[in-house]
Design a protein around this ligand. Sequence first.
Ligand SMILES: [Zn+2]
Length: 326
Amino acid sequence: MVSNTNKILNILKKFTKNELISLFNIALDSAKSNEPDMKSDCRYCSSNKVILYGKKHGKQRFMCKDCGRTFITTTCTIREMSHQPYDVWEGMIEDTLNGNSLSHSELRLGISHQTAFNMRHKILLSLQDIERANPLMLQDVTELDETFVLECYKGKSLPSYVTRKPRKHGAKALKRGISNEFICICSGAQRKSNVFLKAVNRAKPSSIEVSEVFDGHIADGTLILTDGLRSYNVLEDVADCTIKNVTGEKTSFYNLNTVNSLHSFVKEQYKFYRGVATKYINRYCTLFEYAFRSRISDVEKLKAAILKIERAYTIENIKVESLSHI
Ligand SMILES: [Zn+2]
Protein backbone atom coordinates (compact mmCIF):
# COMPACT_ATOMS: atom_id res chain seq x y z
CA MET A 1 0.00 0.00 0.00
CA VAL A 2 1.31 3.45 -0.95
CA SER A 3 1.77 5.71 2.08
CA ASN A 4 0.12 9.13 2.18
CA THR A 5 3.53 10.81 1.91
CA ASN A 6 4.32 8.87 -1.26
CA LYS A 7 0.89 9.70 -2.69
CA ILE A 8 1.58 13.39 -2.11
CA LEU A 9 5.08 13.11 -3.61
CA ASN A 10 3.65 11.42 -6.71
CA ILE A 11 1.16 14.23 -7.13
CA LEU A 12 3.85 16.89 -6.63
CA LYS A 13 6.01 15.33 -9.38
CA LYS A 14 3.35 16.34 -11.91
CA PHE A 15 3.78 20.06 -11.09
CA THR A 16 6.21 22.37 -12.88
CA LYS A 17 8.83 24.24 -10.85
CA ASN A 18 6.83 27.48 -10.98
CA GLU A 19 3.64 25.73 -9.91
CA LEU A 20 5.52 24.22 -6.97
CA ILE A 21 6.84 27.65 -5.94
CA SER A 22 3.36 29.20 -5.96
CA LEU A 23 1.95 26.18 -4.11
CA PHE A 24 4.67 26.59 -1.51
CA ASN A 25 3.91 30.30 -1.16
CA ILE A 26 0.19 29.61 -0.74
CA ALA A 27 1.02 27.05 1.97
CA LEU A 28 3.32 29.55 3.68
CA ASP A 29 0.70 32.26 3.39
CA SER A 30 -1.99 30.21 5.07
CA ALA A 31 0.42 28.86 7.70
CA LYS A 32 1.71 32.24 8.80
CA SER A 33 0.50 33.50 12.13
CA ASN A 34 1.82 37.03 12.29
CA GLU A 35 -0.52 38.58 9.75
CA PRO A 36 -2.86 40.97 11.55
CA ASP A 37 -6.62 40.52 11.09
CA MET A 38 -7.93 42.60 8.26
CA LYS A 39 -10.17 45.49 9.15
CA SER A 40 -13.79 44.64 8.76
CA ASP A 41 -14.79 47.54 6.48
CA CYS A 42 -15.33 47.05 2.73
CA ARG A 43 -12.26 47.93 0.65
CA TYR A 44 -14.43 49.58 -1.99
CA CYS A 45 -17.28 51.42 -0.26
CA SER A 46 -16.09 51.40 3.40
CA SER A 47 -19.34 49.77 4.51
CA ASN A 48 -19.01 47.62 7.63
CA LYS A 49 -21.61 45.10 6.44
CA VAL A 50 -18.98 42.55 5.45
CA ILE A 51 -19.34 38.77 5.67
CA LEU A 52 -16.94 35.85 5.31
CA TYR A 53 -17.25 34.49 1.76
CA GLY A 54 -15.19 31.32 1.35
CA LYS A 55 -11.50 31.17 0.48
CA LYS A 56 -9.47 32.16 -2.57
CA HIS A 57 -6.00 30.61 -3.02
CA GLY A 58 -6.05 29.74 0.67
CA LYS A 59 -6.83 33.32 1.66
CA GLN A 60 -10.02 34.33 3.46
CA ARG A 61 -12.44 36.04 1.10
CA PHE A 62 -15.02 38.64 2.18
CA MET A 63 -18.19 39.98 0.61
CA CYS A 64 -19.71 43.41 1.11
CA LYS A 65 -23.49 43.27 1.58
CA ASP A 66 -23.83 46.91 0.48
CA CYS A 67 -21.90 46.99 -2.81
CA GLY A 68 -21.80 43.24 -3.43
CA ARG A 69 -18.07 43.17 -4.19
CA THR A 70 -15.70 40.54 -2.84
CA PHE A 71 -12.15 41.07 -1.64
CA ILE A 72 -9.35 39.32 0.22
CA THR A 73 -6.99 40.59 2.92
CA THR A 74 -4.51 41.93 0.37
CA THR A 75 -7.02 43.78 -1.85
CA CYS A 76 -6.19 47.50 -2.12
CA THR A 77 -2.95 47.12 -0.19
CA ILE A 78 0.69 47.17 -1.23
CA ARG A 79 0.50 43.34 -1.32
CA GLU A 80 -2.26 43.15 -3.95
CA MET A 81 -1.25 40.93 -6.91
CA SER A 82 1.84 39.72 -5.02
CA HIS A 83 2.48 36.03 -4.38
CA GLN A 84 4.89 36.81 -1.58
CA PRO A 85 3.68 36.05 1.94
CA TYR A 86 3.34 38.65 4.68
CA ASP A 87 6.68 37.91 6.36
CA VAL A 88 8.59 38.32 3.07
CA TRP A 89 6.95 41.73 2.67
CA GLU A 90 7.92 42.63 6.23
CA GLY A 91 11.50 41.55 5.48
CA MET A 92 11.64 43.54 2.25
CA ILE A 93 10.32 46.70 3.95
CA GLU A 94 12.88 46.31 6.76
CA ASP A 95 15.70 45.84 4.23
CA THR A 96 14.60 48.91 2.26
CA LEU A 97 14.32 51.13 5.34
CA ASN A 98 17.62 49.83 6.71
CA GLY A 99 19.34 50.61 3.40
CA ASN A 100 20.16 47.01 2.44
CA SER A 101 20.84 46.18 -1.19
CA LEU A 102 18.50 44.24 -3.48
CA SER A 103 20.96 41.33 -3.69
CA HIS A 104 20.99 41.15 0.11
CA SER A 105 17.18 40.85 0.14
CA GLU A 106 17.19 38.29 -2.69
CA LEU A 107 19.45 35.99 -0.67
CA ARG A 108 17.88 36.64 2.72
CA LEU A 109 14.27 36.27 1.59
CA GLY A 110 14.75 33.69 -1.17
CA ILE A 111 13.19 35.81 -3.92
CA SER A 112 14.23 36.57 -7.51
CA HIS A 113 15.90 39.82 -8.56
CA GLN A 114 12.79 40.96 -10.47
CA THR A 115 10.54 40.26 -7.46
CA ALA A 116 12.90 42.13 -5.12
CA PHE A 117 13.05 45.05 -7.59
CA ASN A 118 9.24 45.25 -7.92
CA MET A 119 8.70 45.03 -4.16
CA ARG A 120 11.40 47.66 -3.52
CA HIS A 121 9.79 50.11 -5.95
CA LYS A 122 6.27 49.53 -4.61
CA ILE A 123 7.68 50.36 -1.16
CA LEU A 124 9.37 53.53 -2.50
CA LEU A 125 6.08 54.61 -4.13
CA SER A 126 4.24 53.97 -0.86
CA LEU A 127 6.78 56.12 1.03
CA GLN A 128 6.06 58.95 -1.42
CA ASP A 129 2.32 58.49 -0.84
CA ILE A 130 2.84 58.59 2.93
CA GLU A 131 4.83 61.80 2.55
CA ARG A 132 2.20 63.34 0.26
CA ALA A 133 -0.48 62.58 2.84
CA ASN A 134 1.63 64.21 5.58
CA PRO A 135 3.53 67.02 3.82
CA LEU A 136 6.86 67.65 5.43
CA MET A 137 7.20 71.10 6.98
CA LEU A 138 10.59 72.68 7.64
CA GLN A 139 10.56 75.27 10.43
CA ASP A 140 12.55 76.92 13.29
CA VAL A 141 16.15 77.01 12.01
CA THR A 142 16.46 75.35 8.60
CA GLU A 143 19.56 75.07 6.42
CA LEU A 144 19.14 74.97 2.62
CA ASP A 145 21.78 73.95 0.10
CA GLU A 146 22.28 71.72 -2.93
CA THR A 147 24.37 68.63 -3.54
CA PHE A 148 25.37 67.02 -6.84
CA VAL A 149 25.44 63.31 -7.69
CA LEU A 150 26.59 61.67 -10.92
CA GLU A 151 23.85 60.81 -13.41
CA CYS A 152 23.30 57.07 -13.68
CA TYR A 153 21.74 54.86 -16.34
CA LYS A 154 22.05 51.71 -14.26
CA GLY A 155 20.74 48.61 -15.96
CA LYS A 156 20.07 50.46 -19.23
CA SER A 157 22.16 51.48 -22.22
CA LEU A 158 22.84 55.22 -22.48
CA PRO A 159 20.10 57.23 -24.17
CA SER A 160 20.98 58.53 -27.65
CA TYR A 161 21.44 62.15 -26.49
CA VAL A 162 24.29 61.14 -24.12
CA THR A 163 27.47 61.34 -26.18
CA ARG A 164 29.99 60.01 -23.63
CA LYS A 165 31.01 56.36 -23.22
CA PRO A 166 29.45 54.41 -20.31
CA ARG A 167 31.24 54.78 -16.95
CA LYS A 168 32.51 51.82 -14.96
CA HIS A 169 31.40 51.47 -11.30
CA GLY A 170 33.24 54.01 -9.13
CA ALA A 171 34.51 55.96 -12.14
CA LYS A 172 34.57 59.76 -11.96
CA ALA A 173 32.89 62.31 -14.23
CA LEU A 174 34.72 63.13 -17.45
CA LYS A 175 34.70 66.88 -16.87
CA ARG A 176 35.90 68.68 -13.75
CA GLY A 177 33.53 70.69 -11.57
CA ILE A 178 29.77 70.83 -12.05
CA SER A 179 28.90 69.65 -15.55
CA ASN A 180 25.77 68.25 -17.14
CA GLU A 181 26.83 64.79 -15.93
CA PHE A 182 25.67 65.79 -12.43
CA ILE A 183 22.16 65.85 -11.02
CA CYS A 184 21.39 68.63 -8.55
CA ILE A 185 19.52 67.64 -5.39
CA CYS A 186 17.91 70.56 -3.50
CA SER A 187 18.13 69.91 0.21
CA GLY A 188 16.57 71.36 3.33
CA ALA A 189 17.56 70.31 6.84
CA GLN A 190 15.80 71.58 9.92
CA ARG A 191 18.16 71.35 12.87
CA LYS A 192 17.47 68.25 14.99
CA SER A 193 14.39 67.47 12.89
CA ASN A 194 13.05 66.81 9.38
CA VAL A 195 14.98 66.87 6.15
CA PHE A 196 13.76 67.35 2.60
CA LEU A 197 15.39 66.25 -0.67
CA LYS A 198 14.37 66.73 -4.28
CA ALA A 199 16.33 66.40 -7.51
CA VAL A 200 15.50 69.19 -9.94
CA ASN A 201 17.95 69.52 -12.82
CA ARG A 202 21.63 69.47 -13.72
CA ALA A 203 22.65 72.95 -12.59
CA LYS A 204 22.25 75.28 -9.61
CA PRO A 205 18.51 75.70 -9.06
CA SER A 206 16.73 78.75 -10.46
CA SER A 207 14.31 80.85 -8.38
CA ILE A 208 11.40 79.11 -10.09
CA GLU A 209 12.79 75.67 -9.21
CA VAL A 210 13.51 76.67 -5.60
CA SER A 211 9.97 77.98 -5.30
CA GLU A 212 8.48 74.79 -6.81
CA VAL A 213 10.58 72.51 -4.60
CA PHE A 214 9.97 74.24 -1.26
CA ASP A 215 6.47 75.72 -1.71
CA GLY A 216 4.28 74.26 1.03
CA HIS A 217 7.28 72.91 2.93
CA ILE A 218 8.50 76.07 4.72
CA ALA A 219 6.57 77.23 7.78
CA ASP A 220 6.00 80.91 8.59
CA GLY A 221 8.59 82.28 11.01
CA THR A 222 11.41 79.98 9.78
CA LEU A 223 14.99 81.26 9.84
CA ILE A 224 16.56 79.96 6.63
CA LEU A 225 20.35 79.72 6.43
CA THR A 226 21.98 79.50 2.98
CA ASP A 227 25.37 79.92 1.30
CA GLY A 228 24.07 83.04 -0.43
CA LEU A 229 22.66 81.56 -3.65
CA ARG A 230 20.24 84.26 -4.83
CA SER A 231 17.56 81.80 -5.99
CA TYR A 232 16.66 81.16 -2.33
CA ASN A 233 15.48 84.78 -1.90
CA VAL A 234 12.27 83.78 -3.70
CA LEU A 235 11.26 81.88 -0.55
CA GLU A 236 10.35 85.19 1.12
CA ASP A 237 7.35 85.17 -1.26
CA VAL A 238 6.52 81.54 -0.48
CA ALA A 239 6.43 81.87 3.33
CA ASP A 240 6.85 84.56 5.97
CA CYS A 241 10.47 83.56 6.60
CA THR A 242 13.87 85.20 7.06
CA ILE A 243 16.77 84.29 4.79
CA LYS A 244 20.33 84.66 6.06
CA ASN A 245 23.53 84.14 4.07
CA VAL A 246 26.01 82.46 6.44
CA THR A 247 29.07 82.58 4.16
CA GLY A 248 31.96 84.10 6.09
CA GLU A 249 30.10 83.97 9.42
CA LYS A 250 32.41 83.11 12.32
CA THR A 251 29.82 82.32 15.01
CA SER A 252 29.02 78.71 15.83
CA PHE A 253 25.27 79.26 15.24
CA TYR A 254 25.34 80.46 11.63
CA ASN A 255 26.59 77.42 9.75
CA LEU A 256 25.39 74.75 7.32
CA ASN A 257 26.64 71.74 9.32
CA THR A 258 23.29 69.90 9.40
CA VAL A 259 22.67 70.13 5.67
CA ASN A 260 26.32 69.22 5.03
CA SER A 261 25.98 66.06 7.11
CA LEU A 262 22.78 65.26 5.15
CA HIS A 263 24.81 65.58 1.93
CA SER A 264 27.52 63.24 3.27
CA PHE A 265 24.76 60.75 4.12
CA VAL A 266 23.25 60.98 0.61
CA LYS A 267 26.68 60.46 -0.97
CA GLU A 268 27.40 57.45 1.27
CA GLN A 269 24.03 55.92 0.34
CA TYR A 270 24.62 56.70 -3.31
CA LYS A 271 28.00 54.98 -3.19
CA PHE A 272 26.52 52.02 -1.32
CA TYR A 273 23.80 51.52 -3.95
CA ARG A 274 26.50 52.01 -6.64
CA GLY A 275 24.51 54.91 -7.99
CA VAL A 276 20.76 55.21 -8.25
CA ALA A 277 19.26 55.24 -11.74
CA THR A 278 18.59 58.92 -12.44
CA LYS A 279 14.97 58.26 -13.40
CA TYR A 280 14.35 56.83 -9.88
CA ILE A 281 16.33 59.53 -8.05
CA ASN A 282 13.31 61.20 -6.41
CA ARG A 283 11.89 57.88 -5.20
CA TYR A 284 15.21 57.27 -3.45
CA CYS A 285 15.37 60.87 -2.20
CA THR A 286 12.20 60.16 -0.20
CA LEU A 287 13.82 57.03 1.24
CA PHE A 288 16.98 58.99 2.14
CA GLU A 289 14.85 61.60 3.96
CA TYR A 290 13.30 58.95 6.19
CA ALA A 291 16.56 57.06 6.59
CA PHE A 292 18.58 60.16 7.59
CA ARG A 293 16.33 61.23 10.44
CA SER A 294 14.72 58.05 11.64
CA ARG A 295 17.75 55.78 11.11
CA ILE A 296 16.73 52.55 12.84
CA SER A 297 14.31 53.87 15.50
CA ASP A 298 11.22 54.49 13.37
CA VAL A 299 11.44 51.40 11.16
CA GLU A 300 8.64 49.49 12.95
CA LYS A 301 6.24 52.46 12.81
CA LEU A 302 6.96 53.11 9.16
CA LYS A 303 6.70 49.41 8.30
CA ALA A 304 3.23 49.29 9.84
CA ALA A 305 2.20 52.42 7.90
CA ILE A 306 3.38 50.90 4.60
CA LEU A 307 1.55 47.61 5.22
CA LYS A 308 -1.64 49.53 6.13
CA ILE A 309 -1.61 51.85 3.13
CA GLU A 310 -4.90 51.54 1.25
CA ARG A 311 -3.55 51.40 -2.27
CA ALA A 312 -2.41 48.69 -4.67
CA TYR A 313 0.65 49.33 -6.87
CA THR A 314 0.97 47.79 -10.32
CA ILE A 315 3.97 47.14 -12.56
CA GLU A 316 2.67 50.03 -14.68
CA ASN A 317 2.90 52.35 -11.64
CA ILE A 318 6.53 51.26 -11.15
CA LYS A 319 7.28 52.00 -14.81
CA VAL A 320 5.73 55.43 -15.07
CA GLU A 321 5.00 57.03 -11.70
CA SER A 322 7.14 59.82 -10.23
CA LEU A 323 10.03 59.29 -12.61
CA SER A 324 12.58 62.10 -12.82
CA HIS A 325 13.04 63.35 -16.38
CA ILE A 326 16.19 65.29 -15.66
ZN1 LIG B 1 -18.72 47.62 -0.31
